[in-house]
Design a protein around this ligand. Structure first.
Ligand SMILES: [Zn+2]
Length: 143
């Protein structure tokens, strides 16, 4: 499912790492004895886990909401990345532009990851509006 989506190879690799729960979020860094940020660098309320950062963080949910609204679907956020991919692609079968919608999770996750890295390692952040714009630009111009 991940490799059939038309996104750049590095984005597909990143999505695969997410699905394998192998991305270096705080929970995984702690397992390896390393820690850079204490909390989610977006909401600063929760411990940064893969599922929190890419699915349930209130900032990430706002990116998801853009595409949920564009598709006009009702959506309950799944618990895991794998479930999110399966549900998003399953629901995509019922609407037009099926292939186009499949890149949405990768666009959201890549946008979040780039912003998270900037916040953690460069101490820079962009506004929610800019984050939304980055995600939309990726969606419209990625392929
Ligand atoms: Zn958060």
């Amino acid at each position: 499912m991940i490799w059939k989506v038309k996104v750049p190879f590095k984005v597909a690799c990143f999505t695969w790492l997410l699905a394998k729960q192998a991305t270096l979020t705080q929970d995984n860094l702690m397992k390896r004895g390393r820690q850079f940020c204490f909390r989610c660098s977006f909401c600063e309320c929760e411990i940064e886990t893969i599922n929190h950062l890419f699915l349930h963080c209130r900032e990430t949910v706002k990116l998801w909401q853009i595409f949920i609204n564009l598709r006009g679907i009702s959506w309950t956020m799944p618990r895991s990345i794998k479930e999110a991919l399966a549900c998003w692609n399953r629901d995509g079968n019922q609407s037009g532009h099926r292939e186009r919608w499949k890149i949405v999770p990768a666009c959201i996750w890549w946008t979040i990851w780039m912003e998270r890295s900037q916040r953690c390692f460069e101490n820079k952040s962009c506004s929610l509006q800019k984050l939304k714009m980055n995600c939309l630009v990726l969606f419209f111009f990625l392929v």
